[in-house]
Design a protein around this ligand. Structure first.
Ligand SMILES: Cc1cc2nc3c(=O)[nH]c(=O)nc-3n(C[C@H](O)[C@H](O)[C@H](O)COP(=O)(O)OP(=O)(O)OC[C@H]3O[C@@H](n4cnc5c(N)ncnc54)[C@H](O)[C@@H]3O)c2cc1C
Length: 572
């Protein structure tokens, strides 16, 4: 059951307490309570997703994701020196479902090489692409698009799951003038921009149709998919909302030494007899560990937090994508602005969604892409003189190119954009504490573009965007660029990128996996916190390096495998 008030909770003792009812946390709660002998409590800081219209209507996503809404943690980053000193809002979902209840819904699994690298970095073959692949299928329910269009040639059915909790579909409303030009470009410039039937095969390189965690015109999230009404009714599952966990309690108060590991058995006010599972996300999980005295001993001591267990990697190694882009006016009124800049059409589109779950509101927020391209730097690029290739292999991208029939928000007229992201960044940031107040916002320093490699690579990426737009397919359609990037020298382009880029909200790595016995890292490959009994982290923070993909699919498979590991430990 879902509880709004702690006083109503029926029990003090649970087998498992899951901190965070977000993307990963709800997967674990749902899977563990499949066994009726197990009791689970989920503690979620935010409110319910039920009745939050903007979390249901894909097009209205920003109403739930943006800073300032009641459903956002309202974080900001520190000034980002590599990005002209800008301070960015750092969006994180503050409601049941976490980021899966407010994200952009793009469904991208990443490259096989991303997961094979996780296997190498952890010494656990179980994280390799081939071994993880069944979990993608287990998570997914392939669904026809809302407009029921013929999807042949737009995806490969052989690589998708059909029975899982999360609906995945192709776009349910089309922008034909734009889409035809994208596809035409793949035939005109096939060397640089080959068509890829399905970017989720493990071989993402090329341009393909985007898939979204949307079913029948509505957002599919961990809250809607893994906490269906019948699952919520399970007598062995309690979910407490408005419950922000400050720190974990060490009931045994045992001395810290490698031979007598610390045992965590409680959070604030509830007992977990088997395990506490931290699923508070890549910001929340390290924050709770640090508040609990698990982290860099010196830094904790300096803040007046008694260090309990020295794990210097907690909150470090934050790995995040960085986005920049280009936009052009177009000689057409067939862009998403025809809805966002016209109140009548906006209201009609909303009414259509209400009546039949069709129309433009079935697609994600206005700036969503119709297609994505996953691209690489040239093998002989001089950028590799600055830093060795950080990508996990030749089948994995350096860049994501998002193709959007929409310009910059607030600019009148009709535009298209090509957003370009550096998805194999060298830069690493951190999540640290500002004080010993466990409820104070953490310090989020992504160190975006702090590596020159990232800035120089993204410069090459923007050149690829310009090349894409130079294909004959766009002749007569593209008007003036919003900013004339083609006229810039490479140095000017790099400076432009530093002044005009931002984060992708894809942070991972702050409780990263490393091999068992390694002196670095936060969790072992079985997601148990190193040196601590009774505590795992199961969420995006355990991925040691950001995949070349939006991160929800990777988070879902971490959670599915994590739940299996917990079941295995306790023979459930
Ligand atoms: C605006 C935005 C757009 C995105 N777009 C996409 C996209 O289009 N495609 C994609 O694949 N990925 C996208 N992502 C990234 C993706 O959604 C995340 O990587 C993923 O969902 C993270 O899952 P998680 O379980 O690690 O954390 P979360 O989903 O954030 O879950 C953490 C949960 O823990 C709760 N919590 C935190 N601290 C505490 C505490 N102290 N006590 C109790 N509860 C707590 C939070 O409220 C939250 O519910 C986007 C992210 C954002 C923010």
């Amino acid at each position: 059951k879902v509880y709004e008030d702690v006083a109503d909770l029926p029990s003090l003792h649970y087998d498992f307490v899951i901190v965070g009812g977000g993307t990963a946390g709800n997967v674990v709660a749902s899977r563990l309570t499949e066994n009726s002998s197990v009791s689970v409590l989920v503690l979620e800081a935010g409110p319910s997703n039920q009745g939050v219209l903007d979390a249901q209507v894909p097009f209205l996503e920003s109403g739930v994701s943006d800073t300032g809404t009641p459903y956002s943690w309202n974080y900001t980053t520190t000034p980002q020196t590599g990005a002209s000193g800008h301070v960015f809002d750092y969006l994180r979902g503050y409601l049941l479902g976490g980021c899966s209840s407010h994200n952009g819904m793009a469904y991208t699994r990443g490259a096989a090489a991303d997961f094979d690298r996780y296997a190498n970095l952890t010494g656990d073959e179980g994280w390799s692409w081939n071994r993880i692949f069944p979990y993608f299928l287990k998570n997914e329910k392939w669904t026809a698009p809302a407009d029921d269009h013929n999807t042949q040639g737009q995806f490969n059915p052989a690589i998708h799951g059909t029975q899982g909790p999360i609906s995945v579909s192709l776009s349910g409303f089309s922008w034909p003038e734009f889409e035809q030009r994208v596809i035409q470009t793949t035939t005109e410039l096939p060397d640089d921009f080959p068509f890829n039937l399905d970017m989720n095969s493990g071989q993402p390189l090329g341009i393909g149709w985007l898939q979204y965690t949307i079913g029948h015109g509505e957002r599919s999230s961990s809250a809607t998919g893994y906490l269906t009404p019948d699952i919520i009714q399970r007598p062995n599952l309690d979910i407490l909302l408005h419950a922000q966990v400050s720190k974990l309690v060490n009931l045994t108060q045992s001395r810290v030494s490698p031979s007598s590991p610390v045992t965590f058995q409680a959070v604030q006010f509830r007992y977990a007899s088997k395990e506490i599972i931290l699923s508070a996300g890549a910001i929340g999980s390290p924050q709770i560990l640090l508040n609990s005295g698990v982290g860099d001993r010196t830094a904790l001591g300096a803040l007046g937090i008694p260090p309990l267990w020295d794990l210097p990697s907690v909150g470090k190694n934050a790995s995040e994508h960085v986005y920049s882009g280009a936009s052009w006016a177009v000689n057409s009124n067939q862009t998403v602005e025809s809805i966002t800049q016209n109140a009548t059409r906006f209201n009609e589109a909303f009414a259509e969604w209400n009546n039949s779950r069709t129309g433009p509101f079935v697609n994600p927020s206005p700036e969503a892409g119709t297609h994505a391209g996953w691209l690489r730097l040239n093998a002989d690029s001089p950028v590799f003189d600055v830093h060795a290739d950080p990508s996990p292999g030749p089948g994995a991208p350096h860049f994501e190119m998002l193709l959007q029939p929409f310009g910059a928000a607030g600019t009148p007229g009709h535009h298209i954009s090509i957003t370009m992201a550096m998805v194999s960044p060298v830069s690493r940031g951190s999540v640290t504490l500002s004080s010993n107040d466990p409820f104070a916002a953490p310090v989020i320093d992504l160190r975006l573009l702090s590596s020159d490699f990232d800035a120089l690579a993204l410069t090459e990426g923007l050149k690829l965007a310009l090349k894409f737009a130079s294909a004959p397919a766009w002749d007569g359609y593209l008007g003036a660029p919003t900013v004339d990037l083609a006229a810039m020298t490479p140095t000017e382009l790099t400076a432009h990128i530093r002044a005009n880029s931002g984060p992708g909200y894809h942070i991972v790595g702050t409780a990263g996996m490393s091999p068992r016995g390694a002196q670095y890292g936060v969790v072992d490959p079985d997601l148990k916190v190193k040196g601590i009994a009774g505590l795992r982290v199961i969420d995006a923070s355990v991925l040691p390096i950001v995949p070349g993909a939006h991160t929800q699919a990777a988070t879902y498979v971490v959670a599915e495998r994590g739940a299996d590991m917990v079941k295995q430990t306790w023979t459930l």
